[in-house]
Design a protein around this ligand. Sequence first.
Ligand code: 2AM
Ligand code: CA
Ligand code: CA
Ligand code: CA
Length: 268
Amino acid sequence: MTMDKQMHQRAIDWLNQAADLLRATLDSPLQVKQKQNAHDLVTEMDCRIEDYLIQQIRHYYPNHQILSEEGQGDVFPNTEGYLWIIDPIDGTLNYVKEKNHFAILLGIYYNGKPVAGYIVDVMNEQLYYGIVGDGVYLNHQPLLPIQIASLETSLIHGNVHLFIHNRYQAREILNHSLGMRHYGAAGLDMISVIRGEAALYLSPRLQPWDFAAGLAIFTAMNYKMTTPTGQPLDLLKRQAVLACHPAVHSQVLDIIQSTDSEANNNDN
Ligand code: 2AM
Ligand code: CA
Ligand code: CA
Ligand code: CA
């Protein structure tokens, strides 16, 4: 399915409106609630951005399905027809504590296949999008990524716990690289790979709304986003994710599979 131009333009308009609202209200008092633990937060702005985007989609595309983190989308979406996957604020902890390093993520899928992905780096006013069959853009200009030659000459991105517990041979991967960086917002960590600043981003646990936008952009670029054992991602499941430049994907899979411990390596 090729991306409909009007749908693309609308998605961009809505994301820009949502990003404007987040910037304009940045210094207003914020209601913050804990979800499962002290690292897992939701604010009224997560819900307000989600509500705004969903209202627009429902108005213009009442037959499309919506999967969204804070629960205002469809309760049991499936992959039939169009599916919009939304993370209204990716990096809510950063949003609350840093007022920086957070993003709005949107992936558009048709029959389970990526059509387009959008990542707004809100405080840098940067809109990244990838259209499958077309290419990847930063603020509407074609993006020319920094070239990645090998793991040995590259930085990597990953969650600190991965390295503490050495899941997916993370320390071995790190030892092959020049070092590790991490934003704590999956969409922005994926941007580092999209820009060629890092060779890979590895996360032990991402929800569909954390990876759907990035997966569509990666697909548009012919980059690799799989589970750490190289399996395709399931759009409706929480999984471990390896987002990788194609030049290093098979080497990284080999390192991960060289582990003795099956328990450290399962994809869920
Ligand atoms: P969020 O801010 O939208 O929840 C942090 O490393 C990254 O993991 C963020 O993209 C964050 O997205 C996501 N994440 C998913 N589940 C999480 C959880 N239970 N606690 C904290 N971050 C989580
Ligand atoms: Ca969250
Ligand atoms: Ca997220
Ligand atoms: Ca979120």
